[in-house]
Design a protein around this ligand. Sequence first.
Ligand code: A2P
Length: 271
Amino acid sequence: MNAPAKTEDFVAAKIPDGVYAETVLSVDHYTDRLFRFRMTRPSGFRFRSGEFAMIGLMVGEKPVYRAYSIASPAWDEELEFFSIKVPDGPLTSHLQMIKPGDTVLMRKKPTGTLVLDALTPGKRLYMFSTGTGIAPFASLIRDPDTYDMFEEVILTHSCREVAELKYGFDLMEEIRSHEFLSEIVGTKLKHYPTVTREAYPYQGRITDLMENGKLYTDLGVPPLDPAVDRGMICGSAAMLKDTKALLEKAGLNEGANSKPAEFVIERAFVG
Ligand code: A2P
């Protein structure tokens, strides 16, 4: 009679070659649409804050991957991700069930345009995000390099409902109570949360608040100026397009890793 296969052998045999297989350390569910997880970081894995990686799970016999911004900063020993839950999503319908101790796959090469290297020097950095588009900025606002390069950092986060803002508020609290980051960040970071489908003190799409000037009045800053202002945008295809149009109207040009300019967009998540 053959000895039964050990579970470890079975699992190990299924992991594809050339990818990292990491261990889930914690999972936090924010709403029925949003969750965050942290996992181990492979020792040789390097990335720039703001980049994304391909994250996957074995679904049956096959790996399924999607692009995920790394939400933790480059110096962190662990990796953090902020995810939507799509009921029939090929990956997220499974990913939303992960628990500490489970294995998550990650392809080896991170990439992306929401990096400080793709911007020319400036004074004020705007990070425009909707929904899970806050993830790359969760990385950048916890990276000291961001505050070396800019005097002021403004993170706008727009969601449909108030409960969806919680991840952003938790990040602010984490920074405020962090031994070293709190000192580095000081008063340079401003958080501007808005809600579009519920009553909230800051209400409306970020594009409307830019157009009618309320964003700038609320923050006590002058309107966009290409000489000093820089931007990064992460959200849905429609939000990217509309926000980009407003930045261009204000005279800012789109940059890339190969050609730094006044603003950058991440298109990897748009289907
Ligand atoms: P709205 O409620 O008016 O659609 P989603 O979850 O659909 O990605 O939306 C996240 C947030 O982005 C919502 O507050 C939504 O507002 C807003 N949004 C959607 N489309 C745009 C757009 N074209 N420009 C700016 N904000 C947008």
